[in-house]
Design a protein around this ligand. Structure first.
Ligand SMILES: *Cc1c(COP(=O)(O)O)cnc(C)c1O
Length: 434
């Protein structure tokens, strides 16, 4: 048997039909040039991370964890220098005590804002959890309760920045501008690093002392530069997304100017203590190794997103971003059109997982949502969205948001399995697969 035949028979054993596989192979072949470009970005970013690790003399001694107060944890401190070197910032805070991306954003904001200050989002409404932090909706402990106000300027209908309104919105109270790189689960375009740079330059030309913070979630290593290369004072993200490389079991980071990162650290630990303490227990090695793998893992997830876009677009589904657009994050949305389609897609993703593949995801009433939500995830790290996962609310237009895949081979399989699930339910006809 040739290797191609061996692969075929393995897919068949895993319930992917020949028609679905052939359709997938054709889609993949048409993407060779784009995948080549993604590999080039990963090659660059791999060298960038490796260079930072070598420069900082990363050694086995950095992998043993500290306990208690965690004073003089050289593994932690060196890792933070590695992050700072990769993001080209003065310093970084990379900690297991940061529970998630929302927490990292919270300490970046709360640490740097004081009563009477104002936050500006010039790119429309921020990610759902950030709305709670800011107090855009009633939320105990929000910044609004501390007398911090918020202003927002939406993107124009063509996705461009509304420079006139941004100029008007900046006032004597404006202390910090928050810019979300990824569209998250919104329908606006994701921002390229270059566009973020243009926005920051404009804002600084009006008020140079304003702090420009970028929510970098899902964007790390998608391009060769990061927002901190184009003027961002702080970049913030989650370690159970791109930069954790799938190995970090928890954590978040803030990279940026020393003054601002230290303020965030005083909020994370305590005023006067800051970055000096925080035991790493046993996570240092996973943080290093995950960061080392992150460029490759991100490239695999990116290929998966583009593959899914092309597979479903050719079947007539609306996909955001579309099959040929440039990518600036790893999220893919597919409008399934029906509840059955959304559920079948998620069942396929679940069935493709290395963990919990035998369970069936069910729509449920998730707190904070006005419609039921279905989620598919079978992850090594609970809730990790750099691992292959999909979810969506059961309401028009039944959009599934799909992201991750620790390897391209797994992402490919998951997407084929989702399509197979639609075929098995008669939602997609075999005759459509041409
Ligand atoms: C994931 C994400 C966050 C933070 O979410 P957590 O679930 O708290 O890690 C914030 N902003 C964006 C754009 C995200 O994608």
């Amino acid at each position: 048997m040739s290797i191609a035949e061996e692969i075929y028979s393995m897919y068949e054993k895993m319930e992917i039909s020949r028609e679905v596989l052939d359709y997938g192979i054709r889609a993949e072949n048409s993407l060779a040039d784009r995948f080549d470009r993604i590999d080039k970005v990963a090659e660059y970013n791999q060298l960038k991370v490796l260079h930072a690790m070598q420069k900082n003399h990363v050694s086995e001694a950095h992998f043993s964890g500290s306990t208690g107060y965690g004073y003089t944890d050289i593994g932690r401190d060196t890792l933070e220098q590695v992050y700072a070197d990769v993001f080209h910032t003065e310093t970084a805070l990379v900690r297991p005590q940061i529970t998630c991306g929302t927490h990292a954003l919270t300490i970046a904001l709360a640490g740097n804002l004081r009563p009477g200050d104002e936050i500006l989002s010039p790119v429309g409404k921020p990610y759902d959890t950030l709305q709670g932090i800011i107090g855009m909706r009633e939320c105990p402990g929000s910044l609004a309760e501390y007398g911090i106000t918020y202003r927002q300027v939406d993107l124009l209908s063509d996705g461009s920045f509304d420079y006139d309104c941004i100029r008007t919105a900046i006032n004597e109270k404006t202390k910090l501008v928050t810019i979300q790189r990824s569209k998250g689960y919104d329908s606006r375009p994701t921002l390229s690093v270059e566009r973020i740079g243009e926005l920051i330059a404009f804002i600084k030309s009006i008020k140079p002392e304003v702090i420009c913070m970028v929510d970098n979630c899902y964007g790390e290593f998608v391009e060769t530069i990061e927002p901190s290369d184009v003027g961002a004072d702080m970049v913030v993200g989650s370690l159970i997304k791109n930069p954790g490389g799938g190995l970090a079991p928890i954590g978040g980071y803030i990279a940026g100017r020393e003054e601002y990162v230290n303020q965030a650290a005083y909020r994370l630990t305590a005023p006067g203590l800051g970055k000096e303490l925080g035991a790493t227990l046993g996570v240092n090695q996973a943080f290093y190794q995950g960061f080392f793998l992150a460029p490759t893992v991100t490239a695999g997830a990116l290929k998966g997103a583009i593959f899914a876009a092309n597979l479903y677009e050719k079947l007539g589904y609306k996909v955001i971003p579309n099959g040929s657009e440039e990518r600036y994050d790893i999220i893919q949305a597919v409008e399934m059109g029906t509840a059955e389609g959304l559920i079948a897609f998620c069942e396929g993703i679940q069935a493709a997982a290395p963990v919990d593949s035998y369970v069936t995801p069910e729509p449920w009433d998730m707190p904070g949502y006005d419609s039921q939500v279905i989620m598919a995830a079978g992850a090594f790290v609970s809730g990790s969205s750099i691992e292959l996962s999909a979810d969506g609310p059961l309401r028009e237009p039944y959009t599934v948001f799909f992201q991750g895949g620790l390897t391209w081979n797994h992402a490919r399989f998951g997407i084929l399995r989702s399509l197979q699930s639609l075929v098995d339910k008669g939602i997609v006809k075999i005759s459509d697969l041409c």
